[in-house]
Design a protein around this ligand. Structure first.
Ligand code: F3S
Length: 400
């Protein structure tokens, strides 16, 4: 593999043993994938930091880096952890779990990571078109590639950590144009509604199941930031789809159309999407979860406007968001008002990577097809998908 002078020096230990061993890992992985060189990255995003998912082995691994003085070389953000750092008791998190989770947080912050704890790092630092990144978190990767036209492979947590420490990733996979050519064209039946994140997520879920590992292209669908966010998260969960081309959304859509010689057609029927969504108003569940991926300002404000028309909630709503969005909502007084009707806003975490659901609920409704995919698998909890814009009909005791 070709290495620049600086990279040779990094490997030889000029910048310390940690950078040398971190770069060795990246070079090894790159070589196994046929990479001819490394690329510099301005932003790494590391996932896999919940104590629930990484346990003591992960904690020891992170601590060993922190104790040896590892420091990030580029802007580096982190994914949700297993609890809200302030509301963990209310979430039903044990003292033991919180102690271990705090040790993980301490280790990563000591390495210079931004305390973001969100799966929406693109809202913290917007990726640039054609920019190379090294991100973990499948939903964020799919947004970076699809919505922003940036380039990132789906990195595991440890490899993204090595990239954070070196500012490099291997030049292979989705970093290369030749691997970004669409493979399938979705033929959407007329009448498929994609204006609600739940329906867009259901589309992603079906696409992920049908295509598994490819690059779909979608012509003529009217999608927004929120619906693309939901679609990409679900397609990356039920399948391994890290890039889609969406007309009017993906910056290099026209390039993709020009490159594609043969696209396998994949018909998607309206009933396939609709059968995934529960439209019943009298649904009986223990709680409703919103915010997978983490809800942004617009989503929480829209939800707030829906819920402000009802009195107390008949079903509690848990909203997960980033701490930066949480702070803004707090300033606006929205958190307090949501709490007063029976909603809970949590930051730093989500229902999938936290033990919250297992400890509290038997059945839940979600507005996210990614949540629907993971919640039963991770927690054994029954989950149904409901439309985001009909939460009021489902959750309110009485409409004003
Ligand atoms: Fe984010 Fe958790 Fe969903 S990490 S994408 S809210 S599963």
């Amino acid at each position: 593999m070709y290495l620049t002078k600086e990279e040779e020096e990094m490997l030889s230990g000029k910048y310390g043993e940690i950078i040398s061993s971190a770069l060795k890992v990246i070079v090894k992985v790159g070589e196994s994938l046929g990479a001819e060189k490394l690329v510099e990255i301005p932003h790494a995003h590391v996932s896999g930091l919940s104590y629930m998912t990484i346990g003591d082995a992960g904690l020891t691994f992170l601590k060993s880096f922190a104790e040896r003085g590892a420091r990030v070389r580029v802007f580096s953000t982190v994914n949700p952890i297993g609890m809200d750092m302030e509301l963990w008791k209310r979430m039903g998190i044990s003292e033991e779990f919180s102690k271990k989770q705090k040790e993980i947080v301490e280790a990563i912050l000591s390495m210079g990571f931004e305390p973001t704890f969100t799966c929406t790092p693109y809202l913290i630092r917007k990726p640039l078109f054609r920019e190379h990144l090294a991100w973990g978190e499948s939903s964020a990767i799919a947004m970076a590639n699809t919505y922003y036209g940036a380039r990132t492979n789906r990195e595991g947590g440890p490899l993204a950590l090595m990239s954070a420490l070196t500012g490099r990733t291997y030049y292979a996979g989705l970093h290369l144009d030749e691997n970004r050519v669409p493979t399938h064209e979705l033929i959407l039946e007329e009448g498929i509604q994609l204006n609600d994140p739940a329906f867009a997520g259901a589309l992603g879920y079906v696409v992920g199941e049908k295509i598994r590992n490819g690059i779909p292209l979608i012509k003529g669908a009217k999608m927004s930031f929120e619906t693309v966010k939901s679609y990409t998260a679900a397609a990356a969960a039920s399948g391994d789809i890290a890039l889609s081309y969406i007309e009017g959304i993906t910056p290099d859509y026209d390039w993709a159309i020009g490159e594609a010689e043969h696209l396998e057609k994949v018909p998607i029927e309206k009933r396939e999407i609709e059968k995934m969504i529960s439209l019943k108003g009298d649904i009986e569940v223990d709680a409703i979860f919103v915010g997978c991926p983490h809800a942004d300002m617009d989503e929480v404000l829209e939800l707030y406007s829906i819920l402000s028309k009802c009195g107390k909630l008949r079903i509690p709503i848990w909203i997960s968001t980033s701490r930066s969005t949480y702070e803004k909502l707090k300033e606006l007084g929205v958190i307090e008002r949501l709490e007063s009707i029976g909603a809970v806003v949590i930051r730093d975490t989500c229902p999938v990577v936290s033990p919250l659901i297992a400890s509290k609920f038997k059945s839940v409704a979600v507005t996210s097809a990614k949540g629907f995919f993971y919640i039963p698998k991770m927690h054994g909890t029954r989950a149904v998908i409901i439309p985001f814009r009909r939460i009021g009909e489902i959750a309110c005791k009485r409409r004003r």
